[in-house]
Design a protein around this ligand. Structure first.
Ligand code: 13P
Ligand code: SF4
Length: 354
């Protein structure tokens, strides 16, 4: 816990011993006890850029989840080592699209005669294999902070987009930011023959959405929004675009974790906010902004942490830092060269988006 002075002191001492050799990145969903040791905090996009901008650091300790550490490895040089303090920190959404399933999907698109018109756009929350598939087929990666720009770019390259693996971010961006209709979107279900779609449906669709979702954000419902508006008159509802379409449509503001923080920084004293995203972040924001007279509450009545983000706790961070300080490389995340080359292509297309 943050109040365990022994572990806090050990983390501090190990970090000091490592000096410039180590750089610690912390995603906004990390626990307070971990985030206090981050050299930089950010959303997925900011952390990818920060990782790429630290060529002097021999070790990048990534306090976040597996796909983020993979992306950092892809964007850093070969002699830099990316460390994930707990290897079990995955992401259930990223696991919803495997390389085999996506290859099979491409066969289905090819057989329907549409593959040539399709540009893949993959959410950062995907494995390095999926990013490599994306790069190989002329597509780009996106995050929740640049999804619209990624789709604008993709529709300049082709007529259709295959959006992986978060159907909600894909649908929300298409409908809310690009003026498409719900009918322009179809959902490809990897557990059904031909994705559960006919060739005609694939031909008519503009957005082919992979059937993946985030179980943390999936818990917010239209009822959560209606309830909080009733409970707190004048409340501003601010949600992450991984929420379901009906939640996003009913919200006042939508954006990435970094956007959420900036919105609260800019909010006037006396304003009230209900936030639909992971709980570590919402609690931290509630504590931070209470003294300024900004009321911040969690959008739902029941709490929801991201259990895999939470796997990175202070004991794991201390273990990783102390091991590195003793010259022992632990929990390295390393993407193989071929996958890395194609995945990098896709990530660099994202970094080059206007
Ligand atoms: P962002 O921090 O990019 O908004 O992403 C949220 C998320 O779910 C990361 O897993
Ligand atoms: Fe994955 Fe959702 Fe957790 Fe983000 S919040 S890491 S998308 S499970």
């Amino acid at each position: 816990s943050p109040s365990d002075p022994d572990l806090v002191e050990r983390a501090r001492a190990a970090k000091e011993k490592l000096g410039d050799k180590v750089f610690v990145l912390g995603h906004h969903y990390q626990r307070d006890e971990v985030i206090q040791f981050a050299d930089v905090t950010g959303d997925s996009f900011k952390l990818a850029r920060e990782a790429a901008a630290r060529p002097e650091a021999e070790y990048i300790v990534f306090c976040g989840v597996h796909f983020m550490a993979e992306s950092a490895d892809i964007l850093t040089s070969d002699d830099q080592k990316v460390v994930l303090p707990d290897l079990a920190a995955g992401c259930s959404m990223a696991d919803m699209a495997t390389a085999e399933q996506v290859a099979e999907c491409w066969d289905v698109l090819t057989e329907a005669g549409v593959a040539e018109q399709v540009v893949p756009v993959s959410y950062m929350n995907s494995s390095a294999d999926i990013k490599a598939f994306t790069g190989k087929h002329g597509g780009t990666i996106c995050t929740s902070s640049n999804a619209k720009r990624a789709l604008d770019w993709a529709f300049e390259q082709g007529e259709k987009v295959l959006f992986l693996p978060d159907q909600h971010l894909g649908r929300n961006t298409a409908v809310r930011d690009m003026g498409m209709s719900l009918e322009d979107c179809v959902v490809y279900n990897p557990h059904r023959p031909n994705g559960g779609l006919t060739a005609d449906e694939l031909r008519a669709a503009k957005m082919i959405l992979w059937r993946g979702h985030c179980s943390v954000h999936g818990r917010f419902s239209l009822d959560s929004v209606n309830d909080v508006r009733e409970r707190i008159p004048g409340v501003n509802v601010l949600v992450h675009p991984e929420c379901k379409h009906e939640v996003v449509a009913a919200a006042d503001y939508v954006g990435s974790t970094e956007y959420i923080i900036k919105a609260l920084e800019a909010a006037p004293a006396g304003s009230k906010w209900a936030i639909g995203t992971e709980l570590n972040l919402v609690r931290r924001l509630a504590n931070r902004f209470a003294p300024e007279g900004k009321e911040v509450v969690f959008l739902d009545k029941t709490v929801c942490f991201c259990s895999t983000m939470n796997r990175i706790d202070l004991p794991h961070l201390v273990w990783a830092l102390e091991s590195l300080a003793e010259g022992k490389l632990v929990n390295r995340i390393e993407v193989d060269r071929e996958t890395e080359a194609f995945a990098k292509l896709a990530l660099e297309r994202m970094l080059a988006l206007p």
